[in-house]
Design a protein around this ligand. Structure first.
Ligand code: CDP
Length: 219
């Protein structure tokens, strides 16, 4: 089975997807981490977020591997561990610009399909149910109010020792939502056959249970 989980920034996708994969013994693919790694590489190389040609070159040569260690996703890019760096506010600010380009997306989507085509996988992102795996057996769309999502992102950054204000996070999240849902290629939207889960008042454990219940009903 392919399980597609989509939704806006900080809607709980990553944690839910990882835990669902763990409980089912499935593989897990965080496609946002792929776009984030590419963005980090662009920053390192001084490549402009609008330079589609050079971004494509970077995307094609990008070496990525993912492992789960102690319940956390470890991302290795070109031999370097970048798990923390790809979540920095600097990367968050640029990632929706980098991921807007159709040719960049084509390269990334190709890799995502190769990873997931055999099934037994939970894939999370923005366009998984609509574009990457429209044939997925289960599609979930996680959402929460912008205020709740800003609060979660703020707390997450604070735990990592990054200081920011709640207002800053709310503005960043609203800005990214706008770019992600208004872009021409593969905009963020709920697939018609996706099940909507509003996570505003749910705990992580409740979110995971809701998805696992859906899996049981499909199986
Ligand atoms: O964790 P968070 O919700 O902040 O975002 P993410 O899932 O790490 O994704 C970061 C960004 O990558 C998104 O805001 C999108 O611009 C882009 N992205 C995308 O375009 N398509 C995907 N399938 C996944 C992410």
């Amino acid at each position: 089975m392919i399980i597609a989980i989509d939704g806006p920034a900080a809607s709980g996708k990553s944690t839910t997807a990882r835990l669902v994969a763990e409980r089912l013994g499935y593989a897990y693919l965080d496609t946002g981490a792929m776009y984030r790694a590419l963005t980090l590489k662009a920053i390192h190389r001084g490549v402009d977020g609008e330079d589609e040609e050079r971004l494509c070159q970077l995307a094609s040569s990008l070496q990525l591997s993912f492992t789960i260690r102690d319940g956390r996703l470890k991302v290795i890019m070109d031999g370097e561990e970048v798990s923390q760096k790809i979540r920095s506010p600097q990367v968050s600010q640029l990632v929706s610009v980098v991921s807007r380009h159709p040719r960049v997306r084509r390269i990334m989507v190709e890799r995502q399909r190769r990873f997931g085509e055999k099934g037994g996988v939970v894939v999370e992102g923005r366009d998984i149910g609509t574009v990457v795996f429209p044939q997925a057996e289960l599609k979930v769309y996680l959402d929460a109010t912008p205020e709740e999502r800003a609060k979660r992102r703020w707390a997450e950054l604070r735990m990592k020792g990054i200081n920011s204000s709640l207002e800053e996070q709310l503005a960043a999240i609203i800005g990214r939502d706008r770019l992600d849902s208004q872009r021409e290629d593969s905009p963020l939207r709920k697939a018609p056959d996706a099940v909507l889960i509003d996570t505003t008042h749910l705990s992580i454990e409740e979110e995971v249970k809701a998805v696992l219940d859906l899996v049981k009903r499909r199986g």
